[in-house]
Write a protein that binds this ligand. Sequence first.
Ligand code: EPZ
Length: 412
Amino acid sequence: MVGGRPLEGTVRISGAKNASLPALCAALLTEEPVRLTNVPEVRDIRTMGRVLTALGAAAEFRVGGVVDVHARQLTSVEAPYELVKTMRASVLVLGPVLAREGRARVSLPGGCAIGARPINLHLLALEKMGAAIDVEHGYVEAHAERLHGAEIDFDTVTVTGTENLMMAASLADGETVLRNAACEPEVGDLAELLVAMGAKIEGAGTPTLRVLGVPSLHGASHRVIPDRVETGTYIVACAIAGGEIEIHECHPAHLQPVIGKLREVGIRIEEGPDNLRVRAPRRLRAANVTTLPHPGFPTDMQAQYMALMTQAGGVSTITESIFENRYMHVAELERMGAHLRVDGRTALVTGPTPLSGAQVMATDLRASACLVLAGLAATGETIVDRVYHLDRGYYRIDEKLRGLGADIERIS
Ligand code: EPZ
């Protein structure tokens, strides 16, 4: 890609990866077919399809983001290491398979580029619901004749932990209360699907969730919410490259923490019910941010925000409170000329600094988006290696950016 071109035109947002992944797993809770629409055609979704198939479910990917899952009968209760190691969200089959079959064998995901990311809170909570859990040979072995309701207080807010337990509790005997639950819009979207399948859930989107278990769930159709992180990424793309764009088929209400911060640094953002008009300012202002669980500023926008702050006037501090190692993009941005200093969980960004195009290496999904954004502002050519990270969660980002006038192409 070659930077320096202002963006203009319209971009359409895809469905949310982090809402589609648990929704695909929820289909394991019923013998009836579940149809999901607006599912993004990104690599992680295909990986989850392979996990479902390994369990014996039929997962059919149709054109236009339609996925039909039919778990008539599970022929296995195992999520193998080969798949889980490529995508830790595979752990989301643990709750549904255990609740449905009374046992599950799921590979431990292991660490990842952004942090240790243990699943101890998932396991502790399932034990409270009566599961016998052993961890051996790199696998979680879980058994429970039938899970029962329980009072669960999460020590830390965990998104997939909340989702796993909400799914497990939907078929449990009695009521489960989840406290300090995650309030992310993706959790609310999963609850909407589960309720459409016959589950009894209250308080989704709040820190206290109540789930009254039912004997069985039925099929349903569900449209997945738009991707708020993809939306935020395109707002930053416009602000860092200059210009004015329209973002369609997004959901501004899910993005308020990001929109609020980006307005604070000077970006003009007009909101419609499912669209945004974004205009880049002549000068960006520096502003501090701390990543927090929703409705705080999302950690999945931290790297993109850092790229933006390299072009803002002044010093900004970015504090990453969710993951202990989510600054892998810093060294690559420095190779492009950015002035950054990391001290533990806090990064200090001094701007504005002109960025120069360079060959850079992506290390994880959001770090790779950050490097693409930096490339839009840089003089000369930027080559981002390992774009497979990008393809895990962004649908055709190169084509979408080219549609907005960016000089970007995919080279094999
Ligand atoms: C989800 O991951 C998202 N992934 C992540 O998005 C996102 O960064 C994260 O939530 C935070 O918003 C999906 O939804 C598939 P957590 P998750 O459990 O659920 C600690 C992306 O870029 N923790 O909320 O795995 C954990 O280590 C991805 O799309 C425990 O200690 O994150 C972390 O510090 C990256 N024990 C914190 O809690 C546990 O059992 C929050 O993690 C669980 C979590």
